[in-house]
Design a protein around this ligand. Structure first.
Ligand SMILES: C[S@@+](CC[C@H](N)C(=O)[O-])C[C@H]1O[C@@H](n2cnc3c(N)ncnc32)[C@H](O)[C@@H]1O
Length: 334
């Protein structure tokens, strides 16, 4: 991968010697990945790329070593998540460690001084170009509890645990609500026991918890480390069990399932990315038993019908409220 994201183009023109620095929540980027240093990220895809390049990668919930000359935080779409990363950096690194924060102007980077001020932390603008801005600050050391941002809310009779950056943070998505209604009205066709269900892109675990409550043996996967932890906490908060794995769609999975259920992703941060949803549908038959089903919800404009037809031959629409559609496809018995 050679793409240099606009934020990395801005960093590449700085005088700073970034050797050995900690890169926090970066995008996939060839310039970064061919350089030096450590990465700290919630994104399995990013961590795996750094590990393939033989460099240390720490997932979001594992603090990195504290002896780094500096850190660069790529400001995320969610300001609450940005604030969490700053708090986590203050806790992980000694006070006074150089901290730079970079992001696209359209992505809310201009709110950084305000967010830092709310954490009693100063910053100054270092540079602006490529529709991006770079701020410089220093870690302040902190006794703030970065765990305090976990939120609990209730929906569909379930207790849900969520973290900034997890899809829908703190509220039930309308598409997910329609999917749950359709699942209740058109129960999953399945034979025999145990009934194994897979939730792809589990987010805060709402679908996993609902399925586990119906008696399914649930496996849940998500690319994002916060989502994996949120789903584990949601299952525990409802006295339910399941296996939760950080995985890029099916990559870390073995075995087959009676049912796959999903509200698939089609965004990566701000960019539209149909790749994971297409793989979810195309590879679903290989992960289903004969007669097993894939049930998913999608914005009505997304091109899922043609992928479902290509993978399964046929499908039905279980619900359609004009905004969202719930599709079900069944793997043929052989
Ligand atoms: C639309 S959200 C659905 C979340 C949750 N199931 C719900 O209904 O509220 C899609 C989820 O897919 C996850 N995701 C994105 N790319 C993925 C990938 N390549 N593999 C697995 N999960 C992915 C996102 O982190 C996000 O949690």
């Amino acid at each position: 991968m050679t793409t240099q994201s606009p934020a990395c183009q801005l960093l590449a023109r700085q005088d700073a010697d970034y050797r050995g620095w900690l890169w926090v929540a970066p995008p996939r980027d060839g310039w970064l990945e061919s350089g030096e240093g450590l990465v700290w990220s919630a994104d399995l895809d990013v961590c795996a790329a750094w590990q393939r390049a033989g460099r240390p990668a720490y997932d979001a919930l594992t603090p990195p070593p504290s002896e780094v000359p500096g850190a660069v935080l790529f400001w995320p779409k969610s300001h609450a998540l940005g604030a969490w990363w700053v708090t986590a950096l203050n806790a992980a690194l000694p006070a006074g460690t150089p901290l730079q924060i970079v992001g696209e102007n359209q992505g809310g980077i201009k709110r950084v001084p305000k967010v830092l001020a709310s954490l009693d932390q100063a910053c100054r603008k270092l540079d602006t170009a490529r529709r991006c801005t770079l701020f410089a600050s220093r870690t302040v050391g902190s006794a703030r509890d970065s765990d305090a941002v976990w939120q609990t809310f209730t929906a569909e009779g379930l207790t849900l645990e969520s973290h900034p950056g997890v899809f829908g943070h703190g509220k039930l998505d309308d598409g997910t609500r329609l999917l749950l209604k359709a699942l209740a009205q058109s129960p999953l066709p399945a034979r025999g026991k145990p009934l194994r269900a897979l939730d792809v892109g589990c987010g805060d675990g709402v679908l996993s918890a609902w399925l586990a409550k119906q008696g399914y043996q649930v496996t849940a996967v998500d690319l994002n480390a916060f989502a994996v932890e949120a789903t584990r906490r949601t299952l525990a908060a409802n006295q339910l069990t399941g296996t939760v794995i950080q995985s890029d769609v099916y990559r870390q999975l073995e075995g087959t399932f009676e049912a796959i259920v999903s509200n698939p992703p089609f965004h990566q941060e701000r960019a539209i990315d149909y790749g994971p949803a297409e793989r979810l549908i195309r590879e679903a038959p290989a992960h289903l038993v004969g007669g097993g089903s894939l049930t998913l919800v999608a914005n009505a404009f997304l091109p899922y019908p043609e992928w479902l037809r290509a993978a399964f031959g046929d499908f039905e629409v279980l619900a359609d409220d004009r905004r969202f559609r719930v599709y079900r496809a069944i793997k043929a018995w052989r």
